[in-house]
Design a binder for this molecule. Structure first.
Ligand code: ADP
Length: 479
Protein backbone atom coordinates (compact mmCIF):
# COMPACT_ATOMS: atom_id res chain seq x y z
CA UNK A 1 0.00 0.00 0.00
CA UNK A 2 1.31 3.33 -1.09
CA UNK A 3 0.92 5.52 1.98
CA UNK A 4 1.25 5.06 5.72
CA UNK A 5 -2.23 6.53 5.97
CA UNK A 6 -3.70 3.71 3.88
CA UNK A 7 -1.75 1.10 5.83
CA UNK A 8 -2.89 2.52 9.15
CA UNK A 9 -6.51 2.63 7.98
CA UNK A 10 -6.27 -0.94 6.76
CA UNK A 11 -4.82 -2.31 9.99
CA UNK A 12 -7.16 -0.24 12.13
CA UNK A 13 -10.12 -1.68 10.21
CA UNK A 14 -8.76 -5.23 10.47
CA UNK A 15 -8.18 -4.80 14.23
CA UNK A 16 -11.65 -3.39 14.75
CA UNK A 17 -13.29 -6.06 12.59
CA UNK A 18 -11.52 -8.83 14.52
CA UNK A 19 -12.50 -7.24 17.85
CA UNK A 20 -16.13 -6.87 16.77
CA UNK A 21 -16.15 -10.43 15.46
CA UNK A 22 -14.70 -11.84 18.68
CA UNK A 23 -17.06 -9.75 20.79
CA UNK A 24 -20.04 -10.76 18.63
CA UNK A 25 -19.14 -14.44 18.81
CA UNK A 26 -18.78 -14.31 22.60
CA UNK A 27 -22.06 -12.42 22.85
CA UNK A 28 -23.77 -14.91 20.57
CA UNK A 29 -22.75 -17.93 22.64
CA UNK A 30 -23.50 -16.19 25.91
CA UNK A 31 -26.92 -15.17 24.57
CA UNK A 32 -27.55 -18.77 23.51
CA UNK A 33 -26.70 -20.06 26.98
CA UNK A 34 -28.81 -17.39 28.63
CA UNK A 35 -31.82 -18.02 26.44
CA UNK A 36 -31.63 -21.76 27.23
CA UNK A 37 -31.44 -20.91 30.93
CA UNK A 38 -34.46 -18.60 30.66
CA UNK A 39 -36.52 -21.22 28.83
CA UNK A 40 -35.52 -23.90 31.35
CA UNK A 41 -36.57 -21.66 34.23
CA UNK A 42 -39.91 -21.06 32.59
CA UNK A 43 -40.41 -24.77 31.94
CA UNK A 44 -39.46 -25.63 35.54
CA UNK A 45 -42.00 -23.14 36.79
CA UNK A 46 -44.66 -24.51 34.58
CA UNK A 47 -43.85 -28.15 35.46
CA UNK A 48 -43.90 -27.34 39.17
CA UNK A 49 -47.31 -25.69 38.91
CA UNK A 50 -48.83 -28.62 37.04
CA UNK A 51 -47.22 -31.07 39.40
CA UNK A 52 -48.57 -29.23 42.39
CA UNK A 53 -52.03 -29.09 40.81
CA UNK A 54 -52.03 -32.84 40.19
CA UNK A 55 -50.72 -33.67 43.68
CA UNK A 56 -53.29 -31.33 45.26
CA UNK A 57 -56.11 -32.79 43.20
CA UNK A 58 -55.04 -36.31 44.10
CA UNK A 59 -54.93 -35.37 47.76
CA UNK A 60 -58.45 -33.95 47.63
CA UNK A 61 -60.12 -36.36 45.21
CA UNK A 62 -58.14 -39.54 45.82
CA UNK A 63 -58.46 -40.57 42.18
CA UNK A 64 -57.73 -38.38 39.23
CA UNK A 65 -57.45 -40.84 36.36
CA UNK A 66 -60.57 -42.27 34.71
CA UNK A 67 -60.71 -45.36 32.54
CA UNK A 68 -64.19 -44.54 31.22
CA UNK A 69 -63.17 -44.67 27.49
CA UNK A 70 -61.11 -47.81 27.76
CA UNK A 71 -57.91 -45.78 27.60
CA UNK A 72 -56.98 -44.30 30.95
CA UNK A 73 -57.09 -40.49 30.91
CA UNK A 74 -56.84 -37.66 33.33
CA UNK A 75 -60.12 -36.63 34.82
CA UNK A 76 -61.54 -33.94 32.45
CA UNK A 77 -62.21 -31.56 35.35
CA UNK A 78 -58.53 -31.69 36.28
CA UNK A 79 -57.09 -31.69 32.79
CA UNK A 80 -59.17 -28.59 31.96
CA UNK A 81 -56.84 -26.64 34.24
CA UNK A 82 -53.85 -27.80 32.20
CA UNK A 83 -55.36 -26.21 29.09
CA UNK A 84 -54.60 -22.88 30.56
CA UNK A 85 -50.86 -23.66 30.41
CA UNK A 86 -48.97 -21.38 28.05
CA UNK A 87 -46.66 -24.12 26.86
CA UNK A 88 -46.99 -27.61 25.47
CA UNK A 89 -47.79 -30.02 28.28
CA UNK A 90 -48.21 -33.79 28.35
CA UNK A 91 -49.10 -35.88 31.38
CA UNK A 92 -48.15 -39.58 31.17
CA UNK A 93 -48.61 -42.66 33.32
CA UNK A 94 -45.75 -44.71 34.70
CA UNK A 95 -45.50 -46.61 31.42
CA UNK A 96 -45.14 -43.42 29.44
CA UNK A 97 -48.70 -43.57 28.01
CA UNK A 98 -50.47 -40.26 27.48
CA UNK A 99 -53.04 -39.31 30.09
CA UNK A 100 -53.66 -35.71 29.15
CA UNK A 101 -52.54 -33.05 26.67
CA UNK A 102 -52.89 -29.33 27.04
CA UNK A 103 -54.93 -27.50 24.44
CA UNK A 104 -52.12 -26.27 22.22
CA UNK A 105 -50.41 -29.68 22.41
CA UNK A 106 -53.45 -31.26 20.83
CA UNK A 107 -53.15 -28.74 18.00
CA UNK A 108 -49.65 -29.97 17.13
CA UNK A 109 -50.72 -32.84 14.89
CA UNK A 110 -49.85 -36.52 15.19
CA UNK A 111 -46.28 -36.65 13.76
CA UNK A 112 -45.09 -33.71 15.84
CA UNK A 113 -46.83 -35.05 18.91
CA UNK A 114 -45.15 -38.40 18.47
CA UNK A 115 -41.74 -36.77 18.37
CA UNK A 116 -42.51 -34.57 21.34
CA UNK A 117 -43.62 -37.63 23.26
CA UNK A 118 -40.36 -39.47 22.67
CA UNK A 119 -38.60 -38.32 25.87
CA UNK A 120 -41.43 -39.91 27.90
CA UNK A 121 -40.66 -43.32 26.37
CA UNK A 122 -37.43 -43.80 28.32
CA UNK A 123 -38.48 -45.44 31.53
CA UNK A 124 -38.26 -45.02 34.40
CA UNK A 125 -38.88 -41.34 34.00
CA UNK A 126 -36.08 -39.13 35.26
CA UNK A 127 -36.03 -35.40 35.56
CA UNK A 128 -34.11 -34.02 32.61
CA UNK A 129 -34.28 -31.34 29.97
CA UNK A 130 -33.15 -31.16 26.38
CA UNK A 131 -33.73 -30.03 22.82
CA UNK A 132 -36.03 -31.77 20.39
CA UNK A 133 -37.05 -31.03 16.82
CA UNK A 134 -40.71 -31.78 16.25
CA UNK A 135 -40.66 -30.73 12.62
CA UNK A 136 -42.46 -27.83 10.95
CA UNK A 137 -44.04 -25.49 11.73
CA UNK A 138 -42.88 -25.42 15.36
CA UNK A 139 -39.33 -26.67 14.82
CA UNK A 140 -36.88 -26.84 17.72
CA UNK A 141 -38.33 -27.14 21.22
CA UNK A 142 -36.78 -27.05 24.61
CA UNK A 143 -38.42 -29.62 26.89
CA UNK A 144 -38.39 -30.72 30.51
CA UNK A 145 -39.44 -34.15 31.76
CA UNK A 146 -40.40 -34.34 35.45
CA UNK A 147 -41.43 -37.60 37.17
CA UNK A 148 -44.42 -37.21 39.55
CA UNK A 149 -44.56 -39.42 42.60
CA UNK A 150 -47.10 -37.69 44.81
CA UNK A 151 -50.21 -37.77 42.58
CA UNK A 152 -51.18 -41.40 42.89
CA UNK A 153 -49.85 -44.55 41.21
CA UNK A 154 -51.53 -43.81 37.90
CA UNK A 155 -49.53 -40.67 37.24
CA UNK A 156 -45.96 -41.23 36.06
CA UNK A 157 -44.77 -37.80 35.08
CA UNK A 158 -45.15 -34.90 32.75
CA UNK A 159 -43.37 -33.14 29.92
CA UNK A 160 -43.45 -29.41 29.30
CA UNK A 161 -41.98 -27.94 26.15
CA UNK A 162 -41.70 -24.59 24.47
CA UNK A 163 -40.40 -23.59 21.04
CA UNK A 164 -36.89 -22.15 21.21
CA UNK A 165 -37.98 -19.22 19.09
CA UNK A 166 -40.04 -18.16 22.08
CA UNK A 167 -36.81 -16.95 23.72
CA UNK A 168 -37.19 -13.21 24.37
CA UNK A 169 -34.21 -12.09 22.20
CA UNK A 170 -32.86 -15.31 20.90
CA UNK A 171 -29.41 -15.99 19.48
CA UNK A 172 -30.89 -16.04 15.98
CA UNK A 173 -32.17 -12.47 16.45
CA UNK A 174 -28.79 -11.50 17.78
CA UNK A 175 -27.02 -13.03 14.79
CA UNK A 176 -29.36 -11.22 12.41
CA UNK A 177 -28.79 -7.90 14.15
CA UNK A 178 -25.06 -8.45 14.12
CA UNK A 179 -25.01 -9.23 10.41
CA UNK A 180 -26.97 -6.04 9.78
CA UNK A 181 -24.76 -3.91 11.98
CA UNK A 182 -21.41 -5.41 10.89
CA UNK A 183 -21.19 -3.62 7.48
CA UNK A 184 -22.14 -0.33 9.13
CA UNK A 185 -19.42 -0.82 11.75
CA UNK A 186 -16.94 -1.76 9.04
CA UNK A 187 -17.66 1.31 6.90
CA UNK A 188 -17.63 3.53 9.98
CA UNK A 189 -14.30 2.05 11.07
CA UNK A 190 -12.76 2.67 7.63
CA UNK A 191 -13.90 6.30 7.76
CA UNK A 192 -12.81 6.81 11.36
CA UNK A 193 -9.53 4.95 10.74
CA UNK A 194 -8.77 7.05 7.70
CA UNK A 195 -9.57 10.24 9.56
CA UNK A 196 -7.52 9.18 12.58
CA UNK A 197 -4.55 8.21 10.42
CA UNK A 198 -4.85 11.50 8.53
CA UNK A 199 -5.00 13.53 11.72
CA UNK A 200 -2.06 11.79 13.34
CA UNK A 201 0.02 12.01 10.17
CA UNK A 202 -0.77 15.67 9.47
CA UNK A 203 2.26 16.91 11.44
CA UNK A 204 4.44 14.51 9.42
CA UNK A 205 2.96 15.94 6.21
CA UNK A 206 3.77 19.42 7.55
CA UNK A 207 7.36 18.37 8.24
CA UNK A 208 7.62 16.90 4.74
CA UNK A 209 6.32 20.12 3.13
CA UNK A 210 8.66 22.27 5.18
CA UNK A 211 11.51 19.85 4.45
CA UNK A 212 10.80 20.14 0.71
CA UNK A 213 10.89 23.93 0.94
CA UNK A 214 14.22 23.80 2.81
CA UNK A 215 15.69 21.18 0.45
CA UNK A 216 15.92 23.67 -2.43
CA UNK A 217 19.47 24.28 -1.15
CA UNK A 218 19.17 28.01 -0.60
CA UNK A 219 17.08 27.81 2.57
CA UNK A 220 19.37 25.81 4.83
CA UNK A 221 19.03 28.53 7.47
CA UNK A 222 15.36 27.68 7.89
CA UNK A 223 14.19 25.27 10.60
CA UNK A 224 11.17 23.07 11.06
CA UNK A 225 8.57 24.20 13.56
CA UNK A 226 8.87 21.85 16.55
CA UNK A 227 5.42 21.05 17.98
CA UNK A 228 5.05 21.62 21.74
CA UNK A 229 3.60 18.16 22.20
CA UNK A 230 6.93 16.54 23.09
CA UNK A 231 5.87 13.42 21.20
CA UNK A 232 7.66 11.42 18.50
CA UNK A 233 6.87 14.04 15.85
CA UNK A 234 8.40 16.78 18.00
CA UNK A 235 11.51 14.64 18.50
CA UNK A 236 11.67 13.95 14.75
CA UNK A 237 11.44 17.68 13.98
CA UNK A 238 14.14 18.43 16.57
CA UNK A 239 16.39 15.73 15.09
CA UNK A 240 15.91 17.06 11.56
CA UNK A 241 16.65 20.58 12.84
CA UNK A 242 19.86 19.34 14.47
CA UNK A 243 20.84 17.74 11.18
CA UNK A 244 20.08 20.95 9.30
CA UNK A 245 22.26 22.94 11.69
CA UNK A 246 25.19 20.59 11.12
CA UNK A 247 24.53 20.60 7.37
CA UNK A 248 24.38 24.39 7.28
CA UNK A 249 27.64 24.60 9.24
CA UNK A 250 29.48 22.24 6.89
CA UNK A 251 28.05 23.98 3.84
CA UNK A 252 29.08 27.40 5.05
CA UNK A 253 32.58 26.20 5.94
CA UNK A 254 32.80 24.69 2.46
CA UNK A 255 31.70 28.00 0.90
CA UNK A 256 34.07 29.92 3.13
CA UNK A 257 36.94 27.63 2.19
CA UNK A 258 36.20 27.93 -1.54
CA UNK A 259 35.87 31.71 -1.29
CA UNK A 260 39.06 32.04 0.76
CA UNK A 261 41.03 29.68 -1.45
CA UNK A 262 39.89 31.46 -4.64
CA UNK A 263 40.69 34.80 -3.12
CA UNK A 264 44.14 33.70 -1.99
CA UNK A 265 44.88 32.27 -5.46
CA UNK A 266 44.06 35.52 -7.25
CA UNK A 267 47.23 37.44 -6.29
CA UNK A 268 49.78 34.71 -7.12
CA UNK A 269 47.99 34.16 -10.44
CA UNK A 270 48.23 37.88 -11.23
CA UNK A 271 51.95 37.85 -10.40
CA UNK A 272 52.44 34.75 -12.55
CA UNK A 273 50.64 36.31 -15.47
CA UNK A 274 52.60 39.53 -15.23
CA UNK A 275 55.85 37.50 -15.15
CA UNK A 276 54.94 35.40 -18.19
CA UNK A 277 53.72 38.46 -20.12
CA UNK A 278 57.00 40.25 -19.32
CA UNK A 279 58.98 37.24 -20.47
CA UNK A 280 56.95 37.08 -23.69
CA UNK A 281 57.76 40.63 -24.68
CA UNK A 282 61.34 40.58 -23.39
CA UNK A 283 63.74 40.77 -26.35
CA UNK A 284 66.18 38.41 -24.63
CA UNK A 285 63.71 35.51 -24.44
CA UNK A 286 64.90 32.71 -26.77
CA UNK A 287 62.35 32.22 -29.62
CA UNK A 288 62.01 28.46 -28.87
CA UNK A 289 60.62 29.43 -25.43
CA UNK A 290 57.88 31.64 -26.85
CA UNK A 291 55.42 28.85 -27.64
CA UNK A 292 55.60 27.25 -24.21
CA UNK A 293 55.30 30.70 -22.62
CA UNK A 294 52.20 31.28 -24.77
CA UNK A 295 50.66 28.00 -23.60
CA UNK A 296 51.51 28.83 -20.00
CA UNK A 297 49.78 32.19 -20.39
CA UNK A 298 46.66 30.51 -21.82
CA UNK A 299 46.56 28.11 -18.85
CA UNK A 300 47.06 30.98 -16.41
CA UNK A 301 44.20 32.90 -18.07
CA UNK A 302 41.90 29.90 -17.83
CA UNK A 303 42.86 29.33 -14.21
CA UNK A 304 42.25 33.01 -13.43
CA UNK A 305 38.83 32.75 -15.02
CA UNK A 306 38.04 29.63 -13.00
CA UNK A 307 39.19 31.27 -9.77
CA UNK A 308 37.06 34.36 -10.54
CA UNK A 309 34.04 32.16 -11.28
CA UNK A 310 34.55 30.05 -8.18
CA UNK A 311 34.80 33.16 -6.06
CA UNK A 312 31.58 34.52 -7.56
CA UNK A 313 29.67 31.27 -6.92
CA UNK A 314 31.07 30.83 -3.41
CA UNK A 315 30.06 34.41 -2.54
CA UNK A 316 26.64 33.86 -4.10
CA UNK A 317 26.20 30.72 -1.98
CA UNK A 318 27.15 32.63 1.12
CA UNK A 319 24.74 35.42 0.19
CA UNK A 320 27.69 37.79 -0.09
CA UNK A 321 27.25 38.65 -3.74
CA UNK A 322 24.81 41.56 -3.63
CA UNK A 323 23.46 42.97 -6.90
CA UNK A 324 24.17 46.61 -7.71
CA UNK A 325 20.71 47.18 -9.11
CA UNK A 326 19.85 50.32 -11.03
CA UNK A 327 17.33 51.06 -13.71
CA UNK A 328 18.87 50.90 -17.15
CA UNK A 329 18.05 50.47 -20.80
CA UNK A 330 18.88 46.84 -21.52
CA UNK A 331 19.44 47.65 -25.19
CA UNK A 332 22.73 49.28 -24.19
CA UNK A 333 23.95 46.08 -22.55
CA UNK A 334 22.83 44.00 -25.54
CA UNK A 335 24.55 46.36 -28.02
CA UNK A 336 27.74 46.18 -25.96
CA UNK A 337 27.70 42.36 -25.80
CA UNK A 338 26.78 42.17 -29.51
CA UNK A 339 29.89 44.20 -30.32
CA UNK A 340 32.10 41.78 -28.40
CA UNK A 341 30.25 38.87 -30.03
CA UNK A 342 30.97 40.38 -33.44
CA UNK A 343 34.71 40.48 -32.71
CA UNK A 344 34.78 36.98 -31.23
CA UNK A 345 32.66 35.67 -34.11
CA UNK A 346 35.01 37.19 -36.67
CA UNK A 347 37.97 35.35 -35.09
CA UNK A 348 35.99 32.09 -35.08
CA UNK A 349 34.48 32.46 -38.54
CA UNK A 350 30.98 32.65 -37.10
CA UNK A 351 28.60 35.43 -38.00
CA UNK A 352 27.08 37.15 -34.97
CA UNK A 353 23.82 39.02 -35.40
CA UNK A 354 21.50 40.71 -32.94
CA UNK A 355 18.07 42.32 -32.74
CA UNK A 356 16.25 44.42 -30.14
CA UNK A 357 13.21 46.70 -29.86
CA UNK A 358 13.40 50.25 -31.11
CA UNK A 359 12.07 51.69 -27.88
CA UNK A 360 14.02 51.57 -24.59
CA UNK A 361 13.68 48.40 -22.54
CA UNK A 362 13.98 49.69 -19.02
CA UNK A 363 14.45 47.38 -16.08
CA UNK A 364 16.18 47.60 -12.70
CA UNK A 365 19.14 45.18 -13.02
CA UNK A 366 22.78 44.79 -12.10
CA UNK A 367 24.16 45.84 -15.51
CA UNK A 368 27.55 44.33 -14.84
CA UNK A 369 26.05 40.92 -13.98
CA UNK A 370 23.60 40.94 -16.90
CA UNK A 371 26.48 41.73 -19.22
CA UNK A 372 28.46 38.83 -17.72
CA UNK A 373 25.45 36.55 -18.18
CA UNK A 374 24.94 37.47 -21.84
CA UNK A 375 28.67 37.20 -22.53
CA UNK A 376 28.72 33.71 -21.04
CA UNK A 377 25.90 32.59 -23.32
CA UNK A 378 27.29 34.30 -26.40
CA UNK A 379 30.86 33.03 -25.95
CA UNK A 380 29.48 29.52 -25.42
CA UNK A 381 27.39 29.85 -28.58
CA UNK A 382 30.43 30.95 -30.62
CA UNK A 383 32.65 28.35 -28.96
CA UNK A 384 30.29 25.48 -29.82
CA UNK A 385 29.45 26.66 -33.37
CA UNK A 386 31.65 25.53 -36.23
CA UNK A 387 32.98 27.97 -38.82
CA UNK A 388 30.32 29.38 -41.14
CA UNK A 389 27.61 29.13 -38.48
CA UNK A 390 25.48 31.87 -37.01
CA UNK A 391 24.91 33.15 -33.51
CA UNK A 392 21.92 35.43 -32.84
CA UNK A 393 21.33 37.52 -29.72
CA UNK A 394 17.79 38.86 -29.27
CA UNK A 395 16.13 41.14 -26.76
CA UNK A 396 12.36 41.24 -26.53
CA UNK A 397 9.80 42.55 -24.15
CA UNK A 398 6.33 41.07 -23.83
CA UNK A 399 3.83 39.74 -21.29
CA UNK A 400 5.33 41.61 -18.37
CA UNK A 401 8.79 40.16 -18.93
CA UNK A 402 12.04 40.85 -20.70
CA UNK A 403 13.49 37.97 -22.69
CA UNK A 404 17.05 37.47 -23.88
CA UNK A 405 17.57 34.72 -26.45
CA UNK A 406 20.91 33.39 -27.64
CA UNK A 407 20.47 31.06 -30.61
CA UNK A 408 23.25 29.25 -32.40
CA UNK A 409 23.54 26.82 -35.31
CA UNK A 410 26.26 24.85 -33.54
CA UNK A 411 26.94 21.34 -32.33
CA UNK A 412 23.92 21.23 -30.02
CA UNK A 413 23.59 19.32 -26.76
CA UNK A 414 22.65 15.65 -26.40
CA UNK A 415 19.24 15.20 -24.68
CA UNK A 416 20.90 13.17 -21.91
CA UNK A 417 23.30 16.08 -21.20
CA UNK A 418 20.63 18.79 -20.99
CA UNK A 419 19.75 18.24 -17.30
CA UNK A 420 23.44 18.66 -16.33
CA UNK A 421 24.65 21.67 -18.28
CA UNK A 422 23.91 24.10 -15.43
CA UNK A 423 25.78 21.94 -12.90
CA UNK A 424 29.09 23.24 -11.64
CA UNK A 425 32.16 21.89 -13.42
CA UNK A 426 30.03 19.90 -15.81
CA UNK A 427 31.24 19.84 -19.43
CA UNK A 428 30.10 17.66 -22.29
CA UNK A 429 32.76 15.55 -23.93
CA UNK A 430 35.22 16.73 -21.31
CA UNK A 431 38.43 15.19 -22.56
CA UNK A 432 38.11 16.82 -25.97
CA UNK A 433 36.99 20.27 -24.90
CA UNK A 434 39.46 20.66 -22.04
CA UNK A 435 42.53 19.91 -24.05
CA UNK A 436 41.28 20.91 -27.47
CA UNK A 437 40.19 24.09 -29.10
CA UNK A 438 37.31 24.75 -26.68
CA UNK A 439 38.80 25.60 -23.34
CA UNK A 440 36.41 26.22 -20.50
CA UNK A 441 35.84 25.77 -16.79
CA UNK A 442 32.35 24.28 -16.69
CA UNK A 443 31.28 27.11 -14.39
CA UNK A 444 29.94 29.63 -16.94
CA UNK A 445 26.37 28.32 -17.15
CA UNK A 446 26.18 27.82 -13.36
CA UNK A 447 26.98 31.53 -12.96
CA UNK A 448 24.58 32.46 -15.78
CA UNK A 449 21.79 30.57 -14.02
CA UNK A 450 22.61 32.19 -10.71
CA UNK A 451 22.51 35.69 -12.26
CA UNK A 452 19.14 35.00 -13.95
CA UNK A 453 17.65 33.65 -10.71
CA UNK A 454 19.16 36.42 -8.57
CA UNK A 455 17.13 38.82 -10.75
CA UNK A 456 13.98 36.77 -10.07
CA UNK A 457 14.16 35.22 -13.52
CA UNK A 458 14.81 31.84 -15.06
CA UNK A 459 16.89 30.24 -17.77
CA UNK A 460 15.79 27.49 -20.16
CA UNK A 461 17.47 25.69 -23.00
CA UNK A 462 16.32 23.90 -26.12
CA UNK A 463 18.78 22.02 -28.24
CA UNK A 464 19.11 19.43 -31.00
CA UNK A 465 22.47 17.76 -31.55
CA UNK A 466 24.00 18.90 -34.82
CA UNK A 467 21.35 21.61 -35.31
CA UNK A 468 22.12 24.14 -32.58
CA UNK A 469 20.92 25.40 -29.22
CA UNK A 470 18.74 28.20 -27.92
CA UNK A 471 19.23 29.61 -24.43
CA UNK A 472 16.41 31.83 -23.14
CA UNK A 473 16.60 34.03 -20.06
CA UNK A 474 13.32 35.50 -18.87
CA UNK A 475 13.36 38.37 -16.35
CA UNK A 476 9.98 39.39 -14.96
CA UNK A 477 9.10 43.10 -14.97
CA UNK A 478 7.63 44.40 -11.73
CA UNK A 479 4.02 45.59 -12.17
P1 ADP B 1 32.27 25.73 -20.37
O1 ADP B 1 33.31 26.54 -19.69
O2 ADP B 1 32.68 24.32 -20.61
O3 ADP B 1 31.71 26.40 -21.58
P2 ADP B 1 29.64 26.17 -19.29
O4 ADP B 1 29.12 26.05 -17.91
O5 ADP B 1 29.53 27.49 -19.93
O6 ADP B 1 31.13 25.63 -19.27
O7 ADP B 1 28.90 25.10 -20.16
C1 ADP B 1 28.79 23.77 -19.71
C2 ADP B 1 28.70 22.81 -20.88
O8 ADP B 1 27.47 23.02 -21.59
C3 ADP B 1 29.75 23.02 -21.92
O9 ADP B 1 30.93 22.31 -21.61
C4 ADP B 1 29.12 22.49 -23.17
O10 ADP B 1 29.26 21.10 -23.22
C5 ADP B 1 27.66 22.78 -22.98
N1 ADP B 1 27.21 23.99 -23.70
C6 ADP B 1 27.03 25.22 -23.19
N2 ADP B 1 26.59 26.09 -24.16
C7 ADP B 1 26.50 25.35 -25.29
C8 ADP B 1 26.11 25.65 -26.63
N3 ADP B 1 25.73 26.89 -26.99
N4 ADP B 1 26.15 24.65 -27.55
C9 ADP B 1 26.52 23.41 -27.18
N5 ADP B 1 26.89 23.06 -25.93
C10 ADP B 1 26.90 24.03 -25.00
Amino acid sequence: MATIRLRLTFWYTVALAVTVLAFGTALYFERRQASVRELDQRLTLEADLAQRWLAQSFKVLGRIVTTANLNPALDPGISAYLDAARDYLIVADTAGQLLALSDITRGLGAPALERLNAPLDTLPLTRHSGLINVGPPVGNMRYLVAPITNAGPAIGGLLVATPTRQASFGPADLLRSMLLIAPVILVASILVGNWLAGTSLRPVQGIMDEGDAIADGTSLHRRLAVPLTGDEIARLAATVNGMLTRLERSFSSLHRFTADASHELKTPLMVLRAGVERALIHPGTPPEMLQSLDETLAQINQMTEMVENLLTLARADEGRAPLAVEESDLREVVADVAETAGMLGEQAGVSAIHSMPETPVRLAVDQHRIREMLLNMVTNAIKYTPQGGTVALNLEQADGAVTFTVRDSGVGIAPGDLPHIFDRFWRADQARSRTGERPGTGLGLAITKWIAEAHGGSITVQSRPGRGSTFTVRLPKPN
